[in-house]
Design a protein around this ligand. Structure first.
Ligand SMILES: [Zn+2]
Ligand SMILES: [Zn+2]
Length: 135
């Protein structure tokens, strides 16, 4: 069981199952919605993700994509895409122990900030995740 939540503690979640994808996303929307140069995400089945305390605010960041965050402290929590209906992506650093889920690649590096220098040797994808990962 993975457990996490927002900074202030109003929102708490847990998820079973094994995350099937972990990435650092460099897209401009992740960047702007978090104020960070890139964002680490992990993906699990929506059926295995459960809110256990609080109610995040949801908003459409594009016509097909919903993001959620804590309305009190602003921590970004989840991402859902209508085209991947069984999947929910969760911000790795909202976990109580983000160290246990290192990202396995970088996505949307076509939007990477010039001053972000990657030296971790992980695969880089200019756009979204490779097709083999599509759900
Ligand atoms: Zn909060
Ligand atoms: Zn992104």
């Amino acid at each position: 069981m993975l457990r996490g939540g927002c900074f202030c503690g109003d929102i708490r979640y847990e998820t079973g199952g094994t995350p099937f994808y972990r990435t650092n996303c460099h897209c401009s929307i992740c960047r702007r919605t978090t104020g960070a140069p890139f964002v680490a995400w992990f993906s699990v089945r929506r059926s295995e993700f459960r809110l256990v305390h609080g109610a995040p605010t949801r908003f459409g960041s594009t016509p097909k994509c919903m993001r959620s965050f804590c309305p009190r402290c602003g921590t970004q929590l989840t991402f859902e895409n209508d085209e991947a209906a069984e999947e929910i992506d969760v911000t790795t650093c909202s976990l109580d122990d983000p160290g246990q889920l290192p990202s396995e690649d970088h996505t949307h590096t076509g939007s990477r900030l010039e001053w972000v220098k990657l030296a971790d040797g992980l695969p880089e994808h200019r756009e979204a995740r490779p097709a083999a990962w599509s759900s």
